[in-house]
Design a protein around this ligand. Structure first.
Ligand code: ADP
Length: 245
């Protein structure tokens, strides 16, 4: 397993958001996490790379087990974040850097890749997401779909073991969803391990190996999309699918 989560608990003050989540993700697997707003989906994937610190439970990534609630070396956290790149709903690009500089930043400053090498690789990655002609553009000059594709190229530049996507299309106008989903579809086809929080049911049906459904801070159902979308066991999943599918 690339990711293995056991008994994960997380609270914000009085609000218990994750109430004992178990999750396994195998190498090359595409796992789509669905569920109602507030069910803890984003918090779960943020716990996978310690953008949130869980209270209890264990997170193992690429064989390294991280106990919760303990101080850990900065190096360990940095290594974990490199292995588990995150693509955010709001892109989180550096506004003062061009698309290429955004993509180069992690390799140069974290992985100590020489600038010329990082730039060459950055150009390749921007070409791969269809943005070869936007290398020198600043984020303000790009559409939302283009910004998100830069963010995906930036994630790839770290050569992660798994990419975590937090509602990658939900900040975009509907006509821009397709270009981002197409890039994600290609990554999946190339064998990238992906955990994707999304409401995009068509994407989940076509690309996911497994859909995980969260409700109230736990996983209440999971299975291949062929079963999840046609014959879910749980009434709450059936109710949710009637609303979104
Ligand atoms: P989902 O992704 O399923 O919509 P989230 O994981 O974003 O759910 O949020 C779960 C709950 O945790 C929500 O009630 C949200 O308001 C709360 N929450 C998330 N992040 C924070 C935070 N940093 N501080 C306080 N509450 C938070």
């Amino acid at each position: 397993m690339i990711v293995s989560v056991r008994g994960l608990h997380k609270r914000f003050g009085d609000l218990e958001v994750l109430k004992g989540v178990d999750l396994d993700v195998a190498r090359g697997e595409v796992v789509v996490v669905m569920g109602p707003s507030g069910s803890g989906k984003t918090t779960l994937i943020r716990c996978l790379n310690l953008l949130e610190e869980p209270e209890s439970g264990t997170v193992s990534v690429c064989g390294t087990e991280l106990a919760c609630g303990v101080r850990r070396p900065v190096r360990q956290v940095r290594d974990l974040r490199r292995r588990t790149a995150m693509v955010f709903q709001q892109f989180n690009l550096f506004p003062h850097l061009t698309a290429l500089q955004n993509v180069m930043e992690g390799p140069v400053s974290v992985r100590r890749v020489p600038r010329a090498q990082a730039a060459a690789r950055g150009r390749e990655l921007l070409a791969r997401v269809g943005l070869a002609d936007k290398c020198d553009c600043y984020p303000a000059k790009l559409s939302g779909g283009q910004k998100q594709r830069v963010a995906i190229a930036r994630a790839l530049a770290m050569e992660p073991e798994v990419i975590l996507f937090d509602e990658p299309t939900s900040a975009l106008d509907p006509e821009l969803h397709a270009e981002v989903l197409q890039v994600m579809r290609e990554l999946a086809r190339e064998g990238m391990t992906m955990v994707v929080v999304t409401h995009e049911t068509a994407f989940a049906r076509e690309v996911a190996d497994r859909v995980v459904f969260m409700d109230g801070g736990t996983v209440i159902e999971q299975g291949p999309p062929s079963r999840f979308f046609t014959a879910p066991d749980h009434p709450r999943v059936r109710a949710f699918l009637r609303l979104v599918a």
